[in-house]
Structure formats: structure tokens, C-alpha cells
Design a protein around this ligand. Structure first.
Ligand SMILES: N=c1c2ncn([C@@H]3O[C@H](COP(=O)(O)OP(=O)(O)OP(=O)(O)O)[C@@H](O)[C@H]3O)c2ncn1[C@@H]1O[C@H](COP(=O)(O)O)[C@@H](O)[C@H]1O
Length: 99
């Protein structure tokens, strides 16, 4: 079973267009403050999991999924395509970094 970020982005775009009742995503997409707060919370939770002396891989994967989902919701809500992020990463490839 797999789901690409591009597929999830498409679902979120559809939720933004249709805003179906009962859709959690739709509530995020129409409320930049809500998605931002949620993203901060989920990022913190992922950081906590990654800092544990004994890393629980399932919990890390679950928190990382929350971060990716809410990041994507923030991007779609702001009208920033996932491709723009991937292009930014591609441009950074091989770029010299300060020590
Ligand atoms: N991937 C996700 C996804 N990940 C997390 N969430 C929701 O994010 C919300 C917040 O997650 P939390 O873990 O914080 O749960 P919580 O109950 O708020 O717990 P706490 O804040 O108290 O810790 C929960 O309601 C989760 O259901 C998601 N909601 C939707 N999706 C995807 O988005 C699609 C469209 O969603 P809907 O528009 O809501 O149908 C779905 O089919 C999924 O593919």
C-alpha cells in the first residue's frame, strides 16, 4: 500500500475546492492559523520522538506522517505547489554548505 505526496496533494486540492462537510482537511485549508498551530504541535511531537534514547520507529513514522500531512495542508492552503518545494530541494543539491 502506498500513497504519494502528489496524490495526497491532489486530494487536498479537491477538499479545498469542494469543502465537504465533516472534512478535517477542509477546516485546515480554510484556516491558516489553525494549520500553522497544528504544524508546530506536530513538529514538536516528532522532535520529541526522535530525541528518545530508544527510538520507537512506529511512533516516529506516525508523527512524521502528521508533519507531512499538515505541511501539505499548509502548502495547499497557501497555494504553494509541492513541485515548488521539490524544485527548491533540487536546486540545493550539490550546493556548497558552510561548515
Ligand atoms: N493523512 C491525513 C491525516 N493525518 C492526520 N489527520 C487528522 O489530523 C487530526 C489531528 O491529528 P492528531 O494526531 O493531532 O489527533 P488529535 O485527535 O487532534 O489529537 P491531539 O491533538 O489531541 O494530540 C486528526 O483528526 C487526524 O484524523 C489526517 N486527516 C486526513 N488525512 C488525509 O487527508 C485525506 C482527506 O481528509 P478529510 O478531508 O478529512 O477526509 C484523508 O483521506 C487522508 O488521506
Amino acid at each position: 500500500m502506498s500513497l504519494s505526496l502528489a496524490e495526497l496533494e491532489e486530494v487536498l486540492r479537491e477538499r479545498r475546492r469542494e469543502a465537504p462537510p465533516g472534512s478535517y482537511s477542509a477546516t485546515l485549508l480554510s484556516d491558516p492559523e489553525r494549520v500553522s498551530r497544528k504544524l508546530l504541535e506536530e513538529s514538536f511531537e516528532l522532535g520529541v520522538e526522535l530525541m528518545r534514547p530508544e527510538v520507537d520507529r512506529e511512533r516516529v513514522a506516525s508523527e512524521a506522517a502528521d508533519v507531512l500531512f499538515h505541511t501539505l495542508a499548509g502548502l495547499v492552503g497557501a497555494g504553494v505547489p509541492l513541485d515548488a518545494v521539490l524544485e527548491e530541494l533540487a536546486e540545493r543539491r550539490g550546493r556548497p554548505r558552510p561548515e
